[in-house]
Design a protein around this ligand. Structure first.
Ligand code: GDP
Ligand code: IMO
Ligand code: MG
Length: 430
């Protein structure tokens, strides 16, 4: 029995979808445990580019069953749309292949409206959310008034619950935000349609996963977002409202830690972030533009979910070390090594300086990064195109030195090195 967990080690968009797709070849189940359609995971298969938001990336492999765990918040409208898109591309999305936890929470149009209203109210101090209703849905969950996927099993008796939820949200929308309200009956009717479609998918996914692990099946937990966006361990308040870190995989799936074999931290060869919040290694001007790309390539740094340009900078090893510690990472997977080709020098942040002192660990967690200045080490760049490299020894010497330096400073082996978005563009190290 084995549980491998894929964790975003930075601020999201590290290439988790790409690494999940690689590992899903030998998995039986791929399970999402946190977040909702704020996630955008890209999988490239030849000319086909799949963008997954709610369904686990593994479902593209016919051998895999996809699980949407109890830790997720699911917008049923968007889920049905995503299923239709995948179906049109030949992916089987029947209930034998996709299981939704009865305890996952539902995102309603009221959550989406409240998310946008909250951001408007924050003005300059906004979080820069994806506007998908994530924060308000987790707020309702924690206030013990949320709607869970189990209501789809008996929507007739749950119609009142939906109407009450909308009526309550309307008060906040109207009285606090001066925003338009929603029609409770219309939303309940809409949800009755979603229920008819999704009812066969609702099950006890915790039990399903437990039985699979007992039967020696391979389960892959696919993290969404990134460790630095974690509600507890991220750059609070500039975070999401869920737990993308390793602990979140256990509560978000209802499985126990002893099944765990590998915890794989996915990191880019550099660093990006979308939305507001601190970013000590952020680059600006021509340097940032070079890392971001113009948008001409599908992998250039523009959001998969929102299309927003991502803020770009150099790899931050202080934050990566923190991420390795709080997640119990056993190894790293590094993506986008190809993007660094052609730079004269590559920079790594190895410490911070603050008030004349040097810190190799965060002075007071990631929410207190303001005033921390990155201390860089520079290594030689490489000019060679590495996108067709498949063996570690075929990487240019300078690229290998860059990777060695990361391994040494984090204290973890880099087991996968992605050199392009395509399935075969990867170097595997035993
Ligand atoms: P995720 O949210 O962590 O799954 O990452 P995203 O899918 O949002 O963003 C990663 C982007 O980089 C996608 O466009 C991927 O296809 C692309 N990508 C992943 N690995 C590599 C790589 O090694 N090289 C290049 N050029 N692109 C990559
Ligand atoms: P994947 O899974 C990058 C960011 C948003 C914002 C903050 C809060 O593709 O890596 P939210 O809508 O969650 O309330 O927004 O979190 N964010 C992400 N950034 N990748 C993601 O997902 C993200 N999901 C949320 O930009 O800063
Ligand atoms: Mg993404």
């Amino acid at each position: 029995m084995s549980l491998d967990i894929i964790i975003g080690a930075q601020w999201g968009d590290e290439g988790k979808g790409r690494i999940t797709d690689h590992l899903a070849k030998s998995a039986n189940i791929v399970a999402r445990y946190s977040g909702g359609d704020n996630a955008g995971h890209t999988v490239t298969v030849g000319r086909e580019i799949f963008k997954l938001h709610l369904l686990p990336s593994g479902v593209i492999h016919p051998n895999v069953v996809g699980v949407l765990g109890n830790g997720m918040v699911i917008n049923p409208k968007r889920l049905i749309e995503e299923m239709e898109t995948l179906k049109a591309k030949g992916v089987d999305v029947s209930p034998s292949r996709i299981k939704i936890s009865y305890a996952a929470h539902l995102i309603t149009p009221a959550h989406v409206a409240l998310d946008k209203a909250n951001e408007i109210a924050l003005g300059q101090g906004k979080i820069g959310t994806t506007g998908r209703g994530i924060g308000p849905a987790y707020t309702d969950k924690n206030a013990r008034r949320g709607l869970r996927a189990e209501i789809f099993a008996d929507m007739e008796s749950a119609a009142d619950q939906v109407e009450t939820h909308i009526a309550q949200a309307n008060m906040t929308l109207e009285k606090i935000h001066g925003q338009p309200t929603l029609n409770p009956k219309a939303v309940a009717a809409e949800f009755a349609e979603y229920a008819a479609r999704l009812k066969p998918y609702i099950t006890d996914t915790s039990l399903y996963l437990y039985q699979a692990l007992k039967e020696n099946k391979n389960v892959l937990a696919e993290g969404a977002q990134g460790s630095l966006l974690d509600i507890d361990h991220g750059t609070y308040p500039y975070v999401t409202s869920s737990s993308p870190t390793t602990g979140g995989a256990f509560t978000g799936l209802g499985i126990a830690p002893q099944f765990t074999r590998r915890v794989i931290g996915v990191t880019k060869a550099f660093q990006t972030r979308v939305g507001e919040g601190p970013f000590p290694t952020e680059a600006f001007g021509a340097e940032a533009e070079r890392l971001r790309g113009t948008g001409a390539n599908p992998w250039d740094e523009y959001g998969t979910t929102t299309g927003r340009p991502r803020r770009c900078g150099w790899i931050d090893l202080v934050l990566l070390r923190y991420s390795a510690r709080i997640n119990g990472l056993t190894e790293l997977a590094i993506t986008k090594m190809d993007v660094l080709s052609g730079l004269d020098r590559v920079r790594l942040c190895v410490a911070y300086s603050q008030d004349g002192k040097i810190y190799e660990e965060l002075p007071l967690g990631p929410s207190h990064l303001a005033g921390c200045e990155a201390v860089y080490e520079e290594v030689k760049g490489w000019s060679e195109d590495v996108s067709s490299v498949r063996k570690i020894n075929d990487l240019p010497q300078a690229a290998r030195e860059y990777l060695n330096r990361i391994e040494a400073l984090i204290g973890l082996p880099i087991k996968m090195i992605s050199v392009g978005p395509e399935r075969e563009q990867i170097v595997i190290r035993d």
